[in-house]
Design a protein. Structure first.
Length: 260
């Protein structure tokens, strides 16, 4: 618009500034949506690689659970869901119940320290028990005594608590498998307690409880849909710009033909 309120004439500085601004905004939107689509493609490649690596770890023959020398290098990216085994003796009097919701319903994970025959302690998620069998006396057959061998999946500690609920060690309310906090609460030996825990496999326990082998391994992978969405928006911007440019060219051509 001119200072008098009249539309800016085509070819005037005001009109040219408007067209330049429109072009810059369209270019910026196209570049942004294209970049977001490309990022999602890269994320999809990363997720597929992660899934492949985890599947390889899960189905590999069990290796010895990492000892103290390897603990500083353990990370979720390189070690989560490794198939491991460890031999030792359960410290049943130090088990901890962690709230759980599983395919069997709500209940608890039974986290029991295992003193390994290699001199360190590791928390073992022995599996699920329903609320009515939470008390150890209600599943006495499953309180294994003597040497055992546990095979399962290495899991990374889950610090702090669950969604909207923080662990409360003083009240023995646990919503996540926080290795450090549980170890401290159960007075497990510092420096000799593994920073990870092990999800026991589905090997049946005497009396049927706890129920192991309930590890859920799921990696949502919607990156292709997201990528197509962003690329689609980029094409819409490009199409809208092309349409607007064609209309502008048509109007200018008509004005030139009319001697404007």
């Amino acid at each position: 618009m001119t200072p008098t309120g009249e539309p800016a004439a085509r070819g005037s500085p005001g009109e040219r500034a408007r067209l330049i601004l429109f072009c810059l905004l369209a270019l910026a939107a196209f570049a942004l949506f294209t970049a977001l689509g490309t990022w999602q493609v890269q994320r999809r490649a990363w997720k597929l690689d992660l899934i492949a690596k985890v599947n390889a770890r899960v189905h590999a023959p069990p290796a010895l659970a990492p000892g103290p020398a390897a603990w500083p290098t353990i990370t979720a990216a390189t070690d989560a869901y490794r198939h491991v085994s460890v031999a030792g003796v359960f410290e049943n009097d130090k088990e901890t119940l962690v709230q759980a919701v599983t395919e069997l319903g709500p209940g608890f994970w039974v986290m029991t320290p295992l003193h390994s025959d290699r001199g360190f302690t590791v928390l073992v998620n022995r599996g699920f028990v329903p609320p009515e069998r939470a008390d150890p006396s209600a599943r006495a057959q499953g309180q294994l005594a003597g040497p055992v061998v546990v095979t399962g999946l290495l899991r990374i500690s889950e610090p702090h608590g669950g969604f909207l609920r923080r662990n409360d060690p003083q009240s023995h309310r646990w919503y996540s498998r926080d290795v450090t906090a549980i170890a401290a609460g159960r007075r497990l030996p510092p420096g000799l307690t593994a920073p990870y825990f092990i999800d026991a496999d589905a090997t049946p326990n005497p009396g049927g409880l706890p129920v192991g082998g309930l590890t859920v391994i799921a990696f949502p992978n919607s990156h292709l849909i997201y990528a197509l969405t962003w690329y689609g928006l980029a094409l819409l911007v490009a199409g809208g710009f092309a349409y607007a440019a064609r209309e502008e060219w048509r109007i200018r051509g008509r004005e030139r033909a009319n001697g404007g």
